[in-house]
Write a protein that binds this ligand. Structure first.
Ligand SMILES: Cc1cc2nc3c(=O)[nH]c(=O)nc-3n(C[C@H](O)[C@H](O)[C@H](O)COP(=O)(O)OP(=O)(O)OC[C@H]3O[C@@H](n4cnc5c(N)ncnc54)[C@H](O)[C@@H]3O)c2cc1C
Length: 392
């Protein structure tokens, strides 16, 4: 038994969904608006809850070939570089959660999902196909794209990201994403181009008033991903994930930071900026699926990147959706989508809420900041570990 599924969007959520569904014998048509598949040059952390899912999707060997395996997560002060707390990752994650903690280049993750989806032979990939219209019938869903091409399938998955076109077709009340007032400045730099003192095999997080910075290795450790998150919005287009920026613009928002962090920021040749928008946490299953339409990834639950789990939740969604549809056919789609939404909405809402709360804690000022650092010094790994998230 199988169904014919349409997917709008070929980012991490769309490709993971296509792969997961094809592996369960469904036929997939994936429509991507861009003229070519690709991802922006930045890093992505994958906790054990996500690497476990990727293993189940059959991309383990490809993932291991491109991943960096950080030894530890180290929290430092962004004002004096002093270590505040540390969580061992490497073997400790394997031991505690039976799956590793990886850091990858987004383009590498995207490319391996694309290759695996293609390799199933059950996924038809169409680029330059921007979904503009969705019409749902009792037994089918029709979508049309900018060039007046039309596709009909048994179901539609909206994997079209933060500014989703599918989402408003599912939800009568769908305000636009809200600007958070936070901006991410990000950069990728070859470790070989850095002085030895700035190269790293671990995830380092610097916490400062109204800002934090994160650096971690990707591409087997060959490159270092650097992100600075501060409470300031650049003047660019909020929909552009890849605005050109500069150290001067970054430091107009952050001011000068600790010597160690400052040296790293100055060693980075080019900066890109990314305006952060999110939505309030989900409040019910109907925000994730209804009848023959379902949402996955940022289309359903965009979140601040302060728990490093946006793509992770997209991959969890993809696996859960395919499991719900396992052995199903066209007639069973509405019931399967209802099961998927019932299973996923609270988990996604919890992660959205925790990401927001982390932002407040990371960027704390005054006495709250002093209390945070004291608690981190005292409890260290116990505060940094997230068993409810990683065990799932
Ligand atoms: C600074 C930063 C750091 C992050 N770090 C992490 C991390 O460490 N770990 C983690 O798990 N997550 C992280 N995230 C979150 C993660 O990047 C996102 O949650 C994830 O990329 C969402 O994937 P998606 O496929 O749902 O959406 P997108 O990546 O936005 O993909 C949507 C796709 O749909 C296409 N599309 C859009 N509209 C249409 C249409 N109408 N028709 C056809 N195609 C369309 C787009 O072109 C795109 O290809 C981070 C985010 C930020 C901003």
């Amino acid at each position: 038994m199988s169904a014919h599924i349409l997917i709008a969007g070929g980012g991490i959520a769309g490709l993971a969904s296509a792969l997961a569904l094809a592996r369960r014998c469904h036929r997939v048509d994936l429509l991507e608006q861009a003229v070519a598949f690709g991802e922006v040059g930045a890093g992505i952390q994958l906790g054990p809850n996500v690497t476990r899912r990727l293993q189940s999707l059959g991309v383990w060997e490809a993932l291991v070939r491109v991943a960096a395996r950080p030894e530890a997560l180290v929290v430092r002060s962004a004002t004096d570089d002093r270590e505040i707390a540390r969580l061992p990752l490497g073997n400790a994650m394997l031991h505690n959660y039976a799956a590793p903690y990886f850091c990858v280049h987004r383009a590498d993750l995207h490319a391996l999902l694309l290759a695996a989806a293609r390799g199933t032979g059950a996924v038809t990939l169409t680029t330059a196909a921007r979904v503009t219209e969705v019409v749902a019938h009792d037994h089918a869903v029709c979508v049309s794209s900018t060039e007046d091409r039309v596709w009909e399938g048994d179901a539609l998955i909206g994997a079209d990201g933060l500014w989703s076109t599918v989402r408003p077709r599912l939800l009568a009340d769908c305000p636009p994403p809200r600007p958070t007032g936070h901006t991410a400045w990000r950069a990728l730099v070859d470790q070989s181009a850095l002085p030895a003192s700035l190269r790293s095999t671990q995830i380092t997080v610097w916490l400062g008033p109204r800002l934090h910075a994160v650096a971690y290795p990707v591409r087997r450790g060959e490159a270092l991903n650097v992100v600075v998150l501060a409470e300031a919005a650049p003047a660019g287009d909020a929909r552009d994930w890849d605005q050109s920026s500069s150290l001067a613009a970054l430091q107009a928002a952050t001011g000068r930071t600790s010597a160690g962090l400052q040296a790293l920021l100055e060693a980075v040749p080019t900066w890109r900026a990314w305006t952060l928008n999110d939505r309030p946490p989900l409040t019910g299953p109907l925000q994730m699926a209804s009848e023959r339409t379902a949402l996955v990834g940022d289309a359903a639950h965009p979140m601040l990147p302060y728990l490093a789990q946006g793509a992770g939740m997209a991959i969890e969604d993809a696996v859960a959706l395919a499991e719900a549809l396992d052995g199903g056919d066209a007639a069973s789609v509405p019931a399967a989508f209802a099961r998927y939404a019932a299973q996923r909405w609270q988990r996604n809402a919890q992660v959205q809420a925790r990401a927001r709360r982390n932002g407040e804690i990371f960027h704390a000022t005054g006495l709250v900041r002093v209390g945070r650092d004291a608690a981190l010094r005292l409890l260290g790994a116990r505060l940094l570990d997230v068993p409810w998230l990683y065990e799932h």
